[in-house]
Design a binder for this molecule. Structure first.
Ligand code: 5GP
Ligand code: ZN
Length: 115
């Protein structure tokens, strides 16, 4: 999508502090980190949010959750102590960038409930 900032980051048109990349996914540091480790994991394909997921996206979802996130957690040394995943979805979900992204937050103790 031509006017989508995360499409531009995902395809490398806009530089980011990338911590992981493969053919389908890029993971990069959030511009405004809310924890010592705050990574955004985005598909390279433009998908607006998780409500737009369909069965064809199963392989991508599995890749993100079974391979990319566990690897990032290990590489960032937060797998043992723990971390939080957040997927803000739509207006009520607090989503501000309409390109699906998973927040990976770690390196401090999180509180509950979220605001
Ligand atoms: P959302 O509120 O949609 O779940 O999260 C969007 C996130 O993207 C926010 O945490 C915000 O700080 C981050 N963000 C917005 N624009 C940019 C950008 O240009 N570069 C990076 N690295 N992060 C961004
Ligand atoms: Zn996009």
């Amino acid at each position: 999508m031509s006017d989508c900032i995360f499409c531009k980051i995902a395809n490398g048109e806009i530089k980011s502090e990338t911590v992981y990349e493969d053919d389908t996914v890029r993971a990069f540091r959030d511009l405004s980190p809310q924890a010592p480790e705050h990574i955004l994991i985005v598909p390279k394909e433009h998908i607006a949010n998780i409500a737009e997921f369909n069965s064809e996206d199963g392989e991508l979802a599995a890749h993100i959750f079974t391979e990319v996130i566990p690897k990032l957690a290990r590489d960032l040394n937060i797998a043992g102590k723990g971390f939080r995943l957040v997927i803000n979805t739509g207006e009520d979900g607090g989503q501000t960038v309409n390109h699906l992204h998973v927040h990976l937050l770690g390196g401090r103790k999180m509180t509950w409930p979220p605001g």
